[in-house]
Design a protein around this ligand. Structure first.
Ligand SMILES: NC(=O)c1ccc[n+]([C@@H]2O[C@H](COP(=O)([O-])OP(=O)(O)OC[C@H]3O[C@@H](n4cnc5c(N)ncnc54)[C@H](OP(=O)(O)O)[C@@H]3O)[C@@H](O)[C@H]2O)c1
Length: 287
């Protein structure tokens, strides 16, 4: 028996989000038994709704890109942030373990679990020290999943963008035509990551585990960094986005230091995550 069976029953949360939206399009390639419930069918604020949905569908895999992702808003909305990022993860995992003890839970986390003070890119084993409510709640979600005792993968990603949704790329594209001058933070370093890449690697990992005997998969469960290859600052990223737009009169882009920018939630200055470990699934360098 392999770690993940062929044509697994997959419950996908957050399918209206950036990563969930791409997964919704790609997962039918590997399963004819995909259920992506609406918020009405699965409300992550409501533990009873979670348990009922998992019991009803009886999945082999839960893929959970749903999250409370409003980083600044979370500082004033602590309870709701933890409800989605920690409590819901705990209830999803417990419900899966109850209906299917061999079930697999695939989850997503963030560079915000680190304080950003390391000079080099973070590895999966580096000590965490989140500074924001969002980062703390996502780390609590990682722990809740690990504590549930299920086979699981946690992909830590950063600076996610996609064609749709609220993200840096779409914001800069809009502002570049609206304004003559943009001021962008230049001392936060990280790796922009497309939702398409995250979804692609998720499918590669599932395929890999479909070819791995259950008794040898043990060492593969756990945390993986999953980010784009290019590491740069937000300022450099904005320059690239605007250059690709080929505007007749592009805006001037000015650098600004984080300390001079009125962020409500603290940001890690170093968000870079090492891409070594994920090569087990991708077979290619990520950094
Ligand atoms: N965005 C980033 O830059 C970034 C960076 C690092 C890590 N991550 C992590 O990557 C993962 C995917 O992020 P993303 O950018 O794809 O997120 P996103 O676009 O903000 O989507 C979040 C999804 O969660 C759903 N959701 C939120 N609260 C819910 C609730 N109470 N019940 C049901 N569904 C709920 C949303 O549904 P509605 O549409 O109904 O609100 C939406 O589908 C998350 O784990 C996130 O923490 C993201």
């Amino acid at each position: 028996m392999n770690a993940i069976k062929t044509n697994p029953r997959i419950l996908l949360t957050g399918s209206t989000g950036q990563v969930g939206g791409v997964l919704l399009k790609m997962l039918p390639m590997m399963s004819s038994e995909l259920w992506a419930p609406t918020r009405h069918e699965l409300d992550l604020y409501d533990p009873e709704s979670i348990t009922a949905a998992v019991q009803r569908f009886n999945p082999d895999i839960i893929i959970n890109p749903a999250a409370y992702t409003a980083v600044d808003q979370a500082e004033d909305d602590v309870e709701n942030c933890y409800l989605v990022n920690e409590t819901a993860v705990k209830h999803l995992a417990q419900a899966l373990k109850h209906v299917n003890p061999n079930g697999v839970f695939i989850h997503y986390s963030t560079d915000y679990v680190f304080d950003g003070t390391k000079a080099e890119p973070y590895s999966e084993t580096d000590a965490t020290n989140p500074q924001s409510i969002y980062g703390k709640s996502k780390l609590a979600g990682e722990h809740a999943l690990a504590d549930a005792g299920l086979s699981h993968l946690i992909f830590r990603t950063s600076w996610v963008y996609s064609l749709f949704g609220k993200n840096f790329v779409n914001t800069i594209k809009r502002l570049a035509v609206e304004r003559k001058e943009l001021t962008i933070v230049s001392d936060q370093l990280g790796a922009p990551t497309s939702a398409l890449e995250i979804a692609t690697v998720t499918l590669l990992a599932i395929k890999h585990l479909q070819m791995t005997p259950i008794n040898t998969a043990h060492s593969m469960w756990g945390i993986y960094n999953l980010t784009g290859k290019e590491m740069l600052s937000w300022y450099e990223f904005a320059q690239k986005i605007v250059a690709q737009m080929n505007l007749d009169s592009p805006p001037t882009i000015k650098p600004q230091l984080t300390k001079d920018y009125p962020f409500k939630a603290p940001r890690p200055l170093n968000s870079r995550l090492s891409g070594e470990k994920i090569k087990i699934f991708t077979g290619s360098p990520q950094d």
